[in-house]
Design a protein around this ligand. Structure first.
Ligand SMILES: N[C@H](Cc1ccc(I)cc1)C(=O)NO
Ligand SMILES: [Zn+2]
Ligand SMILES: [Zn+2]
Length: 291
């Protein structure tokens, strides 16, 4: 159910989220020459994220970090799992993509910083992982954080994973996608996309924002096509949502170019922090439901 009944836990964890940490992760990821799915840099960036998430996991027995190998390209996806206590068969997925591109012809030497698209989403998620684990949060459902490979070439990493989960009849209660969280193109703060997503879960997110982030303005928009990894989960029949940094009309003009840098996003991570806050509320409220 989409009940909002964990105020104590959420309100204790929310203030611990720091935009300075998000900024650092965006900087580190955009320092790779590129993170394209077939380059050595793209492979290294995946390994770096896995190492970061392993560091955050520390020696918690209920937390595991793995890299999901894809058959037809070298860049792996990264999955961190926090195993649930008494409702661990039900799973919540929070994802973003780790690859970057400057469009067709991207290769080993291309410069593709991908600060907003999508280092920002991976950084927003990494800060949620840090706070949940530092706060020793123990979910009843299983929570999986995913950094997908090869999103820019057709949502291929998330498609592999979502298909595998469906084949295994995994009970994914909901999936949240963070792709571009740090460029504020509009006066409103968060835009919930209504195509290729689940309406009931979108309403839940709007209610989470109203409850925990009352100063934020929430709008709605559409992509018009399967524009990020939420569409891979939607395609498998799972409830997906896609909170986005701006409206379609005012989206970041720098993406898929060498100018998708932190500087182009105002050298800040305050906008990305809002998405960490929403994602944490989503993870804790859904994660705390029993069987
Ligand atoms: N097409 C998406 C980015 C994207 C998504 C929504 C909107 I509006 C504008 C741009 C992409 O490149 N994801 O990596
Ligand atoms: Zn992109
Ligand atoms: Zn993207």
């Amino acid at each position: 159910s989409y009940a909002i009944d964990n105020q104590a836990a959420v309100n204790q964890l929310l203030p611990q989220l720091q935009d300075s940490n998000i900024l650092g992760t965006i900087q580190s990821l955009s320092n790779y020459q590129n993170r394209f799915y077939t380059t050595s840099h793209g492979v290294n960036a995946s390994n770096w994220i896995a190492a970061q998430w392993k560091q955050l996991a520390g020696n918690r027995g209920d937390v595991a970090v793995e890299q999901f190998a894809h058959a037809s390209w070298p860049q792996k996806s990264v999955i961190l799992t926090i195993k649930g206590t008494d409702n661990s068969a039900e799973t919540i997925v929070l994802g973003g993509h780790l690859d970057s591109t400057v469009g067709s012809g991207t290769g080993e030497s291309s410069r593709a910083p991908g600060a907003d698209d999508d280092a920002s989403g991976v950084a927003s998620l990494t800060e949620v992982i840090r706070v949940l684990l530092a706060g020793n949060y123990q979910p009843r459902r299983t929570i999986k954080f995913m950094a997908y490979a090869a999103e820019e070439v057709g949502l291929r990493g998330s498609a592999d994973i979502a298909k595998r989960f469906k084949q295994q009849q995994a009970k994914v209660v909901g999936a949240l996608q963070l792709d571009m969280t740090n460029y504020q193109g509009d006066a409103q703060d968060i835009f919930l996309f209504t195509d290729y997503t689940n309406a009931a879960q979108n309403t839940f997110l709007a209610n989470l924002a109203k409850t925990y982030l009352p100063s934020l303005k929430v709008g709605y928009s559409q992509c018009g096509y399967a524009c990020s990894d939420h569409a891979s989960w939607n395609a498998q029949g799972y409830a997906a949502s896609f909170p986005f940094e701006s409206s379609f009309n005012n989206s970041n003009p720098y993406i898929h170019s060498r100018n998708d840098t932190l500087a182009s996003s105002g050298n800040q991570a305050k906008h990305a922090l809002k998405f960490s806050q929403l994602a944490l509320a989503y993870a804790v409220e859904l994660g705390s439901d029993g069987p």
